[in-house]
Design a protein around this ligand. Sequence first.
Ligand code: BG6
Length: 467
Amino acid sequence: MPTTSDTTKFTLPTIFVIFGITGDLVKKKILKALYNLYLKKHLPEKFRIYGFSRRDYDDFKLKSYLRDIMEKGKYEQSDKYDTFFEEFFYVKGDFFEKSAYEHLAKTLGHIDGQWSICTNKLFYLAVPPTAYSDIITNLHATGLTIPCSPEEGWTRVILEKPFGTNLQNAIDLDRQLGELFKEEQIYRVDHYLGKETVKNILVFRFSNSFLTPVWNKEYIEQIEVRLMEDIKVETRGEFYDKVGTLRDVGQNHMLQLLALFLMKAPKSLDAQEIKSCRSEALKSLQIMSPQEVARQTKRAQYKGYTSEKGVDPHSETETYFHIQATSSLPEFEGVPLILESGKAQSAPCIEVVVSFKESDLCLYAFPGKQRNKLHYHLKPDEKISMRFLAKKPGFSNEVEQHELGFDYHAAYDAAEFVDDYEGLLYDIIKGDQTLFVSTDEIISEWKFIEPIIKTWHEDKKPELEIY
Ligand code: BG6
């Protein structure tokens, strides 16, 4: 995993082809990540970026479009914008037309000729998932993704969530990917895995020996994963209405977080080993029957959601859910695993809370529950805190609750933090698959989610509440 002091130098020329260069993801995340890597000199020494999109742009128009985003976003060191843009080029094309890819192949072949080397090529699909199948088919058909060798002139494909819209769809997409590419060429992004605090979970769990003996059902009472946002659906009404909260953040980010808290200690830092430990944890989630879904889940919609732009006025899409799950891992059998997420909440709060059982040995009276709780905060703060009991000073044995804490931002300088997409892009160039999601993980996530969505929509159970 990269750190800011990681000084891997990428000497082989690399071409980035970004499908959907004029889309939302580039605007919100990818451009900034590329620029930061550029400023930190973490991009390959020789690189070039081709933006592929349908819009009637040319190189100049693309650069001024991107410049505008950077200026509005107040990206630092504006005197470096121009040199950064020197390697940006535009390819106009329809994702669904093979001829556009033939043109792209010719252009890239020309660069390889000019630079007298088989360049590395990275294809970023920053597009709606409905376009995935056509893009990967065309990339393959035009030979664009055929690598020269695994070390030199590699080709990699990057896909964003959602990976499919249901289990079958995800299986089909994966089968297609598997037919066209080798697994080591495929990078499935779940940007939560790239967050500093999330990257720390395994370090925290497996470098601190005091946690090891208590990390099981004997000591842990429940684990809660919470992703509460104060924002509503904003401009994404049309997309969101087809998806809902469970598919939008539950099927991916939240289950990945849960897996990191449930998984066994990996035997090494090898990417495959870590992914297979995460996958084992996800596979262990017990699939719910319709009766369990009715009993153990809640779904709700915020008031006013059906008047949002792009939303069906009769929509039953959830903008909030609460699920009580369980795992069949022997260490966690019977431990409630709570997943809760919602839009339009009073305040943002993204956290994982591990509650420990009450101690049989505790002889001291304490009003209320005496639980120790480990709070792993991702938003708005990035910190870890542990709730514990202490004796109040004085003659009596009165007990009070206090907190031990570690705040990431108080401990480290802002410049030391690496943004999620920045770190992930760096890993892709480096060829480190650790923070990317495997096909097994995705299938297990869908297997767990699908019966819940089915009962919600087909049996209408439990009823949709309004908040
Ligand atoms: C995205 C979802 O994947 O994650 C959004 O589509 C959600 O609806 C976002 O708001 C949350 O990510 P972050 O990084 O802002 O916490």
